[in-house]
Design a binder for this molecule. Structure first.
Ligand code: ARG
Length: 580
């Protein structure tokens, strides 16, 4: 249950007798900014006053008189020009928490109307190593899938890999001219990466090679037997390469239908566009003309030489997804630089009659280096993703080892265990640092910042989790028995009450996360929760609580905190460790 949606529902009923459609007014029911004025606030009396031509305080009074919230809240208060302040009853908070203690869903009800989402993310162009730019799409897309599924939606993940583009022309050309056969036999992935880099640097210098690469690509597309055979030989190696990264990141896909999968469908989609009058021939090419601010802009779907484009493949992909999965929404988690492409794609989708589907470009900004420019190595190359993971893990190992060495009763972790913890902590830091950003902004990449033990980082959250969990070991508490004991939750002190309210906001945080597809709503929530917990822990004795009843109640709050952090991190694709 989400407190906010419950309150909105109560307001909706109260407002129905006053206006025909209160939907927009319900957006004005919000979490209060200052606990002095209550937990939630409703500000619709002011806009409603204009609509109804009556003073706002009078309207607020009428709403308060109509609304039925006595089971949840104390008597609502009207403040200032007509704010309605709501303060939840401790008794009600305690009951909701007691229910949450019992189940694995932590008080989050599944949605009543599940939707089907196709989530298109990661989608690297294979045959070249993954780089820093691939982090964002991969972790944001994965987190969105996890949250959607937890909320009860169907999320189909589809990795639309680039397995058909010029980069294959490059390795085909490289293979034919510069192959080190022995190196290829021993480690094909590495040799293909070397060939890719070699041809790439040659292309910058020699236009002739550019042309040769395009010819190899065109031959592949035209069904040339040798190029096709080589492509089939290369592809599994390319997939091994990306799968290794996905395993480390703990990211899985339901489908990997790359560009090549759609190759045979491209002619058909162009013919169909022409037949429906959506596309037409223009100077030998086939284009769809789109009206952008009263200017007709062409989107080419077939070039003069017969070649198809990225846009053509995306149209075929869209059709396939619509026919195969009948989704309610398709999310494209792709770099903001492709905004124009998606605007055009969505416009054409409308012309094809796909108007009953929510098409979203979930765009994101760039990862920057400390100089504020796109993150590059000293030599100016883009930074390889695996190298980043290794470095994050290496630094995490230092932190974990130092922390363990400094423990008052001596180190607790074996060398092997330290390495495992470091892998979890290092990868988590990298993912969380990305997810905690507002996705539309650029952000500066920095190991120290992401592995910091204070502030909104994975390391801080993982420590918070381990610290809460350590209480149960220290106090020899059987958590399951405690949860099933029916021990009541008591919320007498402000810190306990504040923690309780935050725990019950989990559902609200997840709703916010999917409302605009922003995982940073969830990281922000987890950070708030950890801070509320810190205050609670400073102000309230847990193991040494004044009474047995209080001790049990506080242990239940600790357990819920640990489980909510664990679940929240899990939904971000991040694991916890019991000891750090
Ligand atoms: N492979 C593309 C790139 O690296 C991203 C593909 C995104 N998905 C899509 N359906 N266009 O730029």
């Amino acid at each position: 249950m989400s407190i906010l949606s419950e309150l909105k529902e109560r307001f909706r009923k109260a407002l129905l007798g006053m206006v025909d459609d209160p939907a927009d007014l319900l957006e004005l029911v919000r979490r209060g900014q200052d606990p002095k004025f209550g937990d939630y606030q409703a500000n619709m009396a002011m806009p409603l006053s204009k609509r109804l031509g009556r003073p706002p305080r009078e309207i607020a009074a009428e709403i308060v008189q109509r609304i039925e919230v006595a089971d949840i809240c104390r008597e609502p208060e009207i403040a200032g020009p007509g704010f309605i302040n709501l303060r939840l009853k401790e008794q009600w908070l305690a009951e909701e928490l007691s229910a949450a203690v019992l189940g694995p869903r932590l008080g989050v009800a599944p949605v009543t109307k599940p939707r089907t989402f196709v989530v298109d993310y990661s989608a690297p162009n294979v045959a070249k190593p993954m780089h820093v730019g691939h982090i964002r799409s991969t972790v944001i897309g994965d987190a969105l899938c996890r949250v959607l599924r937890f909320l009860g939606h169907r999320a189909i993940s589809d990795n639309h890999i680039g397995d058909w583009g010029t980069q294959f022309g490059m390795i085909l050309y490289g293979y034919k001219h510069f192959l080190d056969a022995e190196a290829y036999r021993q480690n094909p992935v590495e040799e293909l990466a070397r060939l890719y880099r070699k041809v790439r640097s040659l292309m910058d210098e020699q236009p002739k090679i550019n042309l040769a690469v395009l010819t190899e690509t065109a031959k592949l597309h035209a069904g040339d037997v040798e190029n096709r055979r080589l492509w089939e030989e290369f592809l599994p190696h390319c997939e091994d390469e990306i799968d290794r990264v996905y395993r480390r990141l703990d990211v899985k896909f339901d489908h990997t239908l790359g560009e090549s999968f759609y190759h045979s469908r491209l002619g058909e989609i162009v013919d169909d566009l022409i037949k429906r009058g959506v596309a037409c021939e223009s100077e030998g090419a086939v284009c769809v003309f789109l009206d952008v601010a009263a200017v007709l802009v062409p989107m080419i779907v077939r070039k003069r030489d017969g070649a198809y484009l990225y846009a053509t493949t995306d149209l075929a992909t869209l059709r396939y997804r619509m026919e195969t999965w009948r989704p309610d929404a398709i999310l494209y988690v792709v770099d903001y630089r492709q905004s124009l492409h998606f605007q055009q794609l969505f416009a054409v989708a409308g012309m094809l009659g796909y108007d009953n589907v929510e098409l979203q470009h979930v765009s994101f900004g760039t990862v920057l280096g400390s100089d504020g420019r796109p993150f590059k190595t000293r030599s100016g190359d883009t930074v390889g993703l695996e190298g980043l993971l290794d470095e994050a893990v290496r630094r995490a190992l230092q932190i974990v080892s130092a922390g363990d060495d400094a423990k008052p009763d001596g180190p607790e972790l074996s060398a092997e265990r330290r390495r495992q913890v470091a892998e979890t902590v290092g990868i988590a830091a990298l993912k969380y640092a990305d997810l905690a950003q507002n996705r539309t902004s650029d952000y500066v990449f920095g190991y120290d910042k992401m592995l910091a033990m204070t502030g909104n980082t994975a390391t801080y959250m993982q420590y918070a989790y381990a610290r809460v969990r350590s209480i149960f070991a220290k106090g020899n508490v059987d958590v399951d028995a405690l949860c099933n004991s029916g021990a009541p939750i008591l919320l007498d002190s402000p810190a306990e009450r504040a923690l309780a309210l935050e725990l019950l906001r989990f559902s609200e945080a997840l709703d916010l996360t999917v409302a605009d597809y922003r995982p940073n709503q969830l990281t922000a929530y987890l950070f708030d929760l950890a801070n509320r917990y810190s205050t609670f822990f400073e102000q309230c004795h847990v193991l040494r609580a004044e009474t047995d009843e209080l001790r049990q109640s506080r242990l239940l709050l600790c357990d819920l905190t640990a489980r909510t952090i664990q679940k929240g991190l899990e939904l971000l694709g991040i694991s916890v460790v019991e000891r750090m």
